[in-house]
Write a protein that binds this ligand. Structure first.
Ligand SMILES: Nc1ncnc2c1ncn2[C@@H]1O[C@H](COP(=O)(O)OP(=O)(O)OP(=O)(O)O)[C@@H](O)[C@H]1O
Ligand SMILES: [Mg+2]
Length: 240
């Protein structure tokens, strides 16, 4: 894969970390050298007096890379809020150039870098600067993680439209179940409706799996689920 991929979501809590870590672990299992990056973590917990990112912990478990935090998680903030606000609450401002420099340092040494956003595309990182601006500057293709259930058509179509109108390539959409539920007519028809409406390939639907947990740093069977449920044609093609 040349460069990397940016994993965004239609919202917070839709499964970006689970999918990003799963894709990274899948690539690693295919002998691809892969780095991970969580440019900004807000809502970080203090462990032994130091702020730690749960998301980064799972991403690292997927890849086992050893890299300085300045590169893989340049900003780790305590307030559970949008990055710009969380940074200001900590008395700092996010400098997008720091994130871009860190990304380039990783991209120079790995075949691919999987970058996880925070919240969704229009979340502010700095004054007049959102994740849309960052993704454009990083020149990365986008994978959108969306809920599998009711409400996802609108959020997914809006996210695709926002990305495309900014000139960002949307490589695919992954629907993800964060809770156990029986599929009804909505879950069964959502993939096709979303693909038709947006013109973007829906790679598949990841089921809920109780062994997966970001909070417990457990990858569970995410790699098997990715292999079984996602069409990875585009993703695999990028590596050649
Ligand atoms: N397929 C799944 N099976 C079981 N649990 C899941 C699955 N996908 C996500 N979860 C759980 O749902 C919650 C939200 O997932 P996750 O943290 O990956 O979302 P996120 O979009 O990265 O959130 P944030 O915006 O906070 O970064 C977590 O508790 C995670 O363990
Ligand atoms: Mg996350």
């Amino acid at each position: 894969m040349n460069g990397g991929i940016f994993v965004t979501g239609t919202d917070t809590g839709v499964g970006k970390t689970v999918i990003a870590a799963g894709l990274a672990a899948y690539l690693k299992s295919q002998a691809v050298s892969v780095a991970v990056m969580k440019p900004v973590q807000s809502g970080a917990k203090k462990v032994n007096g130091r702020l730690e990112s749960e998301d980064l912990a799972l991403l690292l478990k997927a890849t086992s890379i050893l890299e300085p935090l300045e590169l893989i998680n340049p900003y780790c903030l305590e307030l559970p809020a949008a990055p710009d606000l969380a940074a200001r609450a900590a008395g700092i401002q996010i400098d997008p150039e720091e994130i871009i420099k860190a990304y380039r340092a990783l991209a120079a040494r790995y075949q691919t870098v999987i970058v996880e956003g925070a919240g969704g595309l229009m979340v502010p990182l700095a004054d007049n600067y959102t994740f849309v601006d960052l993704i454009k500057q990083l020149k990365l293709p986008l994978v959108i993680v969306a809920r599998a259930a009711l409400g996802t058509i609108n959020h997914t179509a809006l996210t695709v439209s926002c990305a495309q109108s900014a000139g960002i390539t949307v490589a695919g959409i992954i629907l993800n179940h964060t809770h156990s539920a029986t599929d009804g007519i909505i879950e069964k028809t959502n993939p096709e409706i979303i693909q038709q409406l947006t013109g973007v390939p829906v790679w598949g639907v990841i089921p809920y799996s109780p062994g997966i947990s970001v909070e417990q740093t457990q990858l569970g069977n995410i790699v098997d689920l990715i292999k079984k449920h996602l069409k990875l044609t585009w993703f695999n093609k990028q590596r050649h």
